[in-house]
Structure formats: structure tokens, C-alpha cells
Design a protein around this ligand. Structure first.
Ligand SMILES: [Zn+2]
Length: 469
């Protein structure tokens, strides 16, 4: 029997509003611990919340980008639980009446668009940050004591819940890359996992391939990069398959994934909604956005990443289009192609050389980049690399680099190639034995010998003819 994973994601996005969700404390990193607080976000008696208008508008904007219905009436509720990072004893969160529901996101794949359902996107307030000191891995288990920084408490947080429509770890990763880029382009969050402004939990179950049953799912938490998420999902799906195949039942549990060891650790039984005793927040009125506001926000939506992938894919291929768009590189690519560069060559140079050199993308002049792309095989590799590294400099011109010629003269290159072949008999034998990937090794050695001045294409042809001849 074969199995397929059934994956749903819960994504938390911290909005980059200037102030918190229900008070005027500033939002942001870097301030001293517990300096950005007030009676409202500390939950002191008698303090009253006031809604942040921008956070509400941005949630609606995101909902529209995700094809959601925008609720005419959304209601904030109290989600009651005790934890030191929650001084009020409850979190204010939209519950049964969220701002956005029933959306979809199209995920372009080689076999057409995959439709991933968006169950809801709702607004809530973030909890404070708890820091566990002592012990290992920064988790509470084994810690000597814990500290709380209330600066984060009350920051506007959007929670996006997908339907269990995702079928592989790789699909989850691609979905998240696309969602993240959409959020960043809307200008509502930096959505950086390392900073915790984007956090993802995954709900995973497995079922016999082809069936439509939904078996018991588990939740994986604490994954801080898209690659770790993919690996965590993969590990959990494999674990569940082993459990079912051994004749036992998967239990509903929450796991932490440790990327360093690849191990999953059970955390606690998952709470049911009943445990939280939700009820409408009596200090806040319902959110009732006017049709006018919703239509204005809709008209402000830019062309979204998924649509751009489909559009530029026609000149590239899906993977390159995905890399360019989710890397925020496609505008530079389009302008570089418009300036005369070959589409595929420009995509490769931008996604590899330009990104690898850490160049600030917005500072690049597309016309100069187009000239470098066109000349990349003619000029010395060293000159090309140096030019790429300086692309972002003010007033950069490719002129001086284009004036240099790579050594393409085989008479000049042949003795160097011969010497390198002579000096590496082991690699020569391996290449002739079928390890053709070693071609790059020989080319690299010649480039090193010539300080990057040789024409890589000519060297590559020369090496190949000598080794096969
Ligand atoms: Zn405050």
C-alpha cells in the first residue's frame, strides 16, 4: 500500500504597523526589554483597548489577495488561558466571525495550478516573548528560569489557516514561498522567519493514496525555515506511516521538530476549542468594513506573484519563474530582458551571480546588467564577477569590464590544459570511467591557473576533446 500526506498549514504573520493592535505602543525590534508597554498591553485593570485601523485594513487587503470573502461583520473574542506571556489571562482574537474566509491560492506547478483552500485569515494580538534561560535549545524543558519581554505583547498578528489541500513537503514549501512573497509585496509585514515575524505550524496526517478519508493529524511546531518545515513534515509523515503499518493508531499530539537531529519530540495533548471558553470581547465593537473600503483596497492590489509566475513562465520555465518571483527578482529580470538580454541567460545570472554577490537588487541598472549578460562568455570570468559585485554601486558602468577580452586562443590555453591533465591522473581516469561531472573540476583548475582570464566555454571544449580524444 502506498500513502499520501495530507497537510494543512497555520501561518502567523506579524503586521508591521507603527503601533500595536489595541494601544499606541510602538511595534518593532531592538528596543530594550519591557520598554514598549502600557496599561492596555500589560492588561492592567480598567485599561480599555482601541482597534488599530491600519491593521484591520491590511488584514482585509491580505484576505483579498487570497481570494477570500470579506466579512461584513467580524467579531473579536477572548480566548481564555493562562500563561506568563499573556498578562490579561486571555488573548483577543477573531474566532467564529473572522475578517476573511473561504479563499483560495493558486500554486503554479508543472501540471497546472494546484488550488489550495484558505479556510480563514483572522486578526489577533501576539503574546509576549518568553525567554527560557539555562538548559539546552532555548526550550522550557530543563531551563533554570524564564524571563518575559512584553514588548511583543499586543502586536497585530494575522493567522492564515489553509485547508488540508497540500500533498507533499515540497508543495508546502513552495506554497509558503509564494505566500510569503505575496505578503511582502503587499507591504504589510517583513514576514521573516528568523525574526519571528512569520511563523508556521503544520498539521500532518497520512492516508492510503487515492482515498479521501482524513485520519488523525498531528501538529508540528517550532520550525524556523522553509527547509526545516519541509523536513519536519517529511519526518512526521514517515513516522505516521510506520505507526499505521505496525497496526497501531496515530494519536493527536503536538511535536517539536529539531532540525539538527531530525528528531520529533511530543509536546502535549492539543487543546480543544472548548477549553478556551471563547466569548465576544465586550470592550470592542464588531468590525464592519464599508463596501467602499473593501473596493478601494481591492483596487490597490498589485499583480500577484502567482499570476506573474504564470506570465513570465512563457519565456523561461516554471522553476526559473518561481525562483525569480519568490526571490523578488522578476522586475529586474523583465527590465534586463527589455534592455536586450537573453531571457534564460538573464534569469541565470540574476538568480545565481547577482544574488550570490549580495547586490542590492533595487540599485541595479538593467541596461548595464544586460550588457554584462550578453558579454559573459567573451570577457574574463574574473572581470565578470567583479562587475557583478559592483552592479549596485552608484553610477556603475560596464564599459571598463567589457573592454577586457577573455583568452580564447587555443594555442595559448592548450599547454595549460595539458599540464593540468598531466597533474591529475586520478581525475582523468574517473572522468573516462564515466564521471563526466568532473569536467567542471578541470575547467576550474584552468581558470585558477589563468586567474580567471580564460574563456570558460573554450576551456571546457578543449578539456572535453582532450579527455575523450
Ligand atoms: Zn501598549
Amino acid at each position: 500500500m502506498t500513502w499520501e500526506p495530507v497537510i494543512g498549514l497555520e501561518i502567523h504573520v506579524q503586521l508591521k504597523t507603527q503601533t500595536k493592535m489595541f494601544c499606541r505602543c510602538p511595534v518593532g525590534f531592538g528596543a530594550g526589554e519591557n520598554t514598549q508597554t502600557c496599561p492596555v498591553c500589560l492588561g492592567l485593570p480598567g485599561a480599555l483597548p482601541v482597534m488599530n485601523r491600519r491593521a484591520i485594513e491590511w488584514t482585509i487587503l491580505l484576505g483579498l489577495a487570497l481570494g477570500c470573502e470579506i466579512s461584513e461583520q467580524a467579531v473579536f473574542s477572548r480566548k481564555n488561558y493562562f500563561y506568563p506571556d499573556l498578562p490579561k489571562g486571555y488573548q483577543v482574537s477573531q474566532y467564529d466571525l473572522p475578517s476573511c474566509k473561504n479563499g483560495i491560492m493558486l500554486l503554479p506547478t508543472a501540471n497546472g495550478d494546484r488550488v489550495i483552500g484558505i479556510v480563514r485569515a483572522h486578526l489577533e494580538e501576539d503574546a509576549a516573548k518568553t525567554i527560557h534561560v539555562g538548559g539546552h535549545s532555548g526550550r522550557i524543558g530543563g531551563a533554570d528560569f524564564s524571563l518575559v519581554d512584553y514588548n511583543r505583547g499586543g502586536t497585530p498578528l494575522v493567522e492564515i489557516v489553509t485547508a488540508p489541500d497540500i500533498r507533499s513537503a515540497d508543495e508546502a514549501k513552495r506554497f509558503l514561498q509564494l505566500l510569503r512573497q505575496t505578503i511582502v509585496e503587499l507591504g504589510i509585514s517583513d514576514a521573516e522567519m528568523e525574526k519571528g515575524t512569520l511563523r508556521v505550524d503544520a498539521n500532518v496526517s497520512v492516508r492510503p493514496t487515492g482515498s479521501d478519508e482524513l485520519r488523525t493529524r498531528t501538529e508540528i511546531k517550532n520550525m524556523n525555515s522553509f527547509n526545516f518545515i519541509a523536513r519536519g513534515i517529511e519526518a512526521e509523515a514517515e513516522r505516521q506511516i510506520r505507526v499505521w503499518e505496525s497496526g497501531e493508531d496515530v494519536r493527536q499530539e503536538t511535536y517539536d521538530f529539531d532540525a539538527a537531529t531530525g528528531k520529533l519530540t511530543a509536546r502535549r495533548a492539543k487543546e480543544e476549542a472548548d477549553d478556551y471558553r471563547y466569548f465576544p470581547e465586550p470592550d470592542l465593537v464588531p468590525v464592519e468594513p464599508s463596501l467602499e473600503l473593501v473596493e478601494r483596497l481591492r483596487s490597490e492590489l498589485p499583480e500577484l506573484p502567482a499570476a506573474r509566475i504564470r506570465r513570465i513562465e512563457a519565456d523561461l520555465d516554471l522553476d526559473r519563474a518561481m525562483v525569480l518571483v519568490t526571490g523578488g527578482l522578476d522586475r529586474l529580470w523583465e527590465e534586463t530582458v527589455a534592455a536586450g538580454a537573453d531571457a534564460v541567460a538573464a534569469a541565470n545570472v540574476i538568480a545565481n551571480a547577482v544574488v550570490g554577490a549580495g547586490v542590492e537588487i533595487d540599485a541595479v541598472a538593467p541596461t548595464e546588467l544586460a550588457r554584462l549578460v550578453e558579454a559573459r562568455e567573451r570577457i574574463p570570468r574574473a572581470a565578470f564577477d567583479e562587475a557583478i559585485a559592483k552592479l549596485g554601486d552608484v553610477g556603475f558602468s560596464a564599459d571598463s569590464y567589457l573592454a577586457q577580452e577573455a583568452v580564447s586562443d587555443t594555442a595559448e590555453l592548450e599547454p595549460i590544459v595539458d599540464a593540468i591533465i598531466e597533474a591529475n591522473p586520478g581525475q582523468v581516469a574517473a572522468y573516462r570511467g564515466g564521471k563526466e561531472g568532473l569536467l567542471g573540476f578541470f575547467v576550474g583548475q584552468v581558470m585558477k591557473e589563468t586567474q580567471g582570464k580564460a574563456n570558460a566555454r573554450v576551456v571546457s571544449e578543449l578539456v572535453r576533446s582532450k579527455l575523450t580524444g
